[in-house]
Design a protein. Structure first.
Ligand code: AMP
Ligand code: ZN
Length: 438
């Protein structure tokens, strides 16, 4: 069953295989740590995780790098407004993001790379672009000259007439109708963090960090680069231009981009004031995994509309699935084999996760459900352990009662039964306790 992924470069589903053996180089654009991430952002990070799990279930080792944008227009503005140092300000949101990742069962990246730890690499690539005269210096910074990179606009399908040749944009975020030379480096301003560079003290523009870090950790070309669809322009267009103009090689083989979480027909976005964070949904009595379940109900290339009703339905379904998992019998080997093929067929079709979810609901045996959970990531395997422990604890209490009644033979039978499950009973002054046999 070949793995098919929709490649935003070709706008087609293509068979995916890594360039080098069994290892996939994977770069995921991470969050800007200027605030709590919202559940829209988290939809994209769950999608990254589903893709990563799919690759792993196909037998690949995934080398995943995710950047943390901790210096850009938004982080600098946020730090200034709160009267904090940039580092203190961003570290708080970085920690909060990593806690969200953990609570959503998103597998951690091999590395989370901060922009501020890679200023040297960004200076290096900017310097190369200047020397190649693809970039130029102005009063306020170093700009990438889009007219010098012949493929500029190809990725986001911009027509030549839409490019504003000779015009410049210095802000980190801008729209498609403003396709023009963009800042690689911004010269020092009053009360802003800055770093020394051969072409003048300052700080990087946003886009350069991903080109610099992807090349540093994963080389060129990498197999897969992900993000939300809003990153196609300008961020990913600019990443391609920077890396390919600097090094003369292909940057990325597959761009895989996730659709948005919408609310009330609009993209969820801080700038629109229509966001919810994980803390917000928790304060209404939901768990993080209820949101994860909700995202599994839509394909990654379809927009997903958030409502409280749909989150409630996801919570109910998840609880039901937990119940089903606990009471499910062991699966027969033949059934399990068939299920594995069906599941892989679904997810290898450009991540048909809703189909995988439907298969789980149809499954009868526990092993099928747990196999699917390697993709779904709902923590159903942990459920099994908790239940096992509850059962052992019950047995332990029963043994205590028997001992008090001096029914030694029956008490010993229970001890042996517990031992079979890999636990020793320790009779302590505080009562009997279980210890795992190591
Ligand atoms: P940012 O912190 O703004 O750089 O965004 C982090 C990630 O979240 C990027 O991959 C964005 O494309 C993605 N993102 C932002 N808004 C949404 C949304 N409403 N739905 C899904 N992904 C989003
Ligand atoms: Zn990026």
């Amino acid at each position: 069953m070949p793995l098919k992924l929709y490649n935003a470069l070709s706008r087609k589903k293509e068979n995916f295989k890594p360039l080098k053996g069994k290892t996939v180089s994977f770069y995921a654009c991470g969050p800007t740590v200027y605030d709590f991430v919202h559940i829209g952002n988290l939809r994209t990070f769950i999608f990254d995780d589903l893709l990563r799990r799919t690759l792993e279930l196909n037998g690949y080792r995934v080398r995943e790098i995710m950047n943390l944008t901790d210096v850009d227009d938004k982080t600098i503005r946020g730090a200034k407004d709160s009267g904090k140092k940039l580092k203190d300000y961003t570290l708080f949101y970085e920690k909060s993001f990593l806690a969200d990742v953990d609570s959503l069962n998103i597998l951690p990246s091999e590395k989370y790379t901060r922009a501020t730890d890679h200023i040297r690499e960004m200076i290096k690539i900017t310097d190369i672009l200047l020397k190649k005269q693809v970039a130029y210096k102005t009063k306020d910074g170093i700009y990438f000259d889009i007219s010098k990179f012949k493929n500029y606009g190809k990725f986001s399908r911009l027509k030549a007439r839409e490019l504003k040749i000779g015009a410049r944009v210095s802000s980190d975020e801008y729209e498609k109708n403003n396709a023009q030379d963009f800042a690689l480096w911004k010269f020092k301003k009053e009360n802003e963090p800055s770093w020394a560079a051969p072409f003048g003290e300052g700080r990087p523009g946003w886009h350069i960090e991903c080109s610099a870090m992807s090349v540093k950790y994963l080389g060129m070309p990498i197999d897969i680069h992900t993000g939300g669809v809003d990153l196609i322009f300008p961020h990913h267009e600019n990443e391609i231009a920077q890396a390919e103009a600097a090094y003369g090689k292909k940057f990325v083989r597959f761009f895989v981009e996730g659709e948005h979480l919408n609310i009330g027909g609009k993209k969820m976005a801080k700038s629109l004031g229509n966001i919810y964070t994980l803390q917000d949904i928790q304060s209404r009595g939901f768990e993080s995994l209820d949101f994860r379940y909700l995202t599994l109900t839509a394909r990654y290339r379809s927009p997903l509309s958030f409502t409280w009703e749909s989150l409630s339905a996801a919570r109910n379904a998840r609880k039901k699935l937990e119940g089903k998992t606990i009471s499910a019998p062991k699966s027969g080997a033949k059934v399990l084999r068939k299920f594995r093929v069906e599941l892989l067929t679904a997810i290898n079709d450009d991540l048909n996760i809703p189909k995988a979810l439907a298969l789980v609901w149809k499954a009868k045996g526990k092993d099928e459900i747990l196999y699917a959970d390697k993709i779904l990531g709902l923590g159903l395997d942990k459920l099994k352990k908790v239940r096992a422990n509850i059962e052992l604890e019950k047995l332990l209490r029963k043994r205590e009662v028997l001992r008090k009644g001096k029914k030694w033979r029956e008490a010993d039978a229970i001890r042996n039964r517990i031992l079979e499950d890999g636990y020793i009973i320790e009779d302590t002054p505080g009562g009997a306790k279980l210890r795992k046999v190591s």
